[in-house]
Design a protein around this ligand. Structure first.
Ligand code: CP
Length: 330
């Protein structure tokens, strides 16, 4: 039995390097099931409550598919209007009821700390799929898993690396969670590139500095990419702005395309983005002309999300040691 069995996954702050290594080692064991080379029914009879009160493609669908690939079934609730939350029901009451119907719940909600509030009423493990501008712990885990794999392939490691985070660092919850995971490693150089108004929150910067890492803060892309091992781009999180007009002020300020990449980055800089990237002409923070570049890791990140979410289900439901026992014909 691991520390995860029966536990909520709400924040990266509840993790340490040992627990991250446990998740990654179970994620590695999920690859043959995700690739359909093997099949397991280890979660046969189990139900995932997949509650998404904000738009999502990757997180929602990969949570569902991860559960299906382990043999379980998925009950979806999509959108606030489809839930009695829109009639004024509390998160606590919703959790008390839905946790009777499910064995584990994944949830996304527009408000910071809402998933934690929900978890207080839940009788089954709750996994945070993104709570407003606060955290996105499963994305941070898949990002870290990807960083480790991408750097290791080139003989590099996470300790001592340079990472440039670019875009809306104020509202981009993935960079908040990823920064905190990276704090557990040694001597990382963070370059935080954003419009001044969308800078990384002070409390995240304090966490990075208190962990002994170097931080450079700038509103300029060019001149700050030449040392980056990882270039992590984010979109303007328009849904957190009071109006489209306000968000439009910042769209298109930072764009990466093949020409800028070739001119300003090392030849082995790994390009990451949690997705979705905003492909509208006025934004286009990551151009399609990089789609075939071997250093573009954005779709490998999404692939890794399936493995990480399969691992989290296996660990929270305590079946990580039984995958092989429940294997069946492909
Ligand atoms: N990265 C991510 O959270 O994507 P979705 O919003 O599509 O789930």
């Amino acid at each position: 039995m691991t520390q995860f069995q029966g536990s909520h996954i709400l924040s990266v702050n509840q993790l340490d390097l040992d627990s991250i290594h446990t998740i990654f080692s179970v994620a590695d064991r999920m690859a043959p099931y995700a690739l359909r080379e093997k099949r397991t029914r280890v979660l046969d009879g189990a139900i995932l409550g997949n509650l998404f009160f904000e738009p999502s493609t990757r997180t929602r669908v990969s949570f569902g598919c991860a559960f299906n690939l382990l043999g379980g079934r998925v009950a979806e609730t999509v959108g606030m209007a489809a839930s009695s939350l829109s009639k004024g029901e509390s998160l606590y009451d919703t959790a008390r009821v839905l946790s009777t119907y499910s064995d584990v719940i994944a949830m996304r909600h527009p408000d910071a700390y809402s998933v934690r509030e929900f978890a207080e009423g839940s009788r089954v493990p709750v996994i945070n799929g993104g709570d407003g501008p606060n955290e996105h712990p499963t994305q941070a885990l898949l990002d870290l898993f990807t960083i480790q794999k991408e750097l290791n392939q080139g003989g590099r490691g996470i300790d001592g690396m340079h990472i440039a985070m670019v875009g809306d660092l104020k509202f981009g919850r993935t960079v908040h969670s990823l920064s905190r995971l990276l704090c557990m490693y040694k001597n990382i150089n963070f370059t935080l590139i954003s419009p001044t108004e969308l800078a990384m929150p002070d409390y995240v910067i304090a966490d990075i500095e208190n962990a002994g890492h170097k931080v450079t803060i700038t509103d300029q892309l060019e001149g700050h990419l030449d040392k980056a091992d990882i270039l992590y781009l984010t979109r303007i999180q328009e849904e957190r702005f009071p109006s489209q007009e306000e968000a439009n002020k910042y769209r298109g300020k930072f764009r990466l395309n093949r020409s800028i990449y070739t001119q300003h980055c090392k030849s082995n800089t790994v390009i990451m983005h949690p997705l979705p990237r905003d492909s509208r002409a006025q934004a286009n923070e990551l151009d399609n002309d990089l789609n075939s570049h071997p250093n573009l890791a954005i779709f490998r990140q999404a692939d890794n999300g399936l493995l990480i979410r399969m691992a989290l289900f296996a660990l929270t439901l305590g079946v990580d040691s039984q995958l092989e026992k429940y294997e069946c014909a492909v």
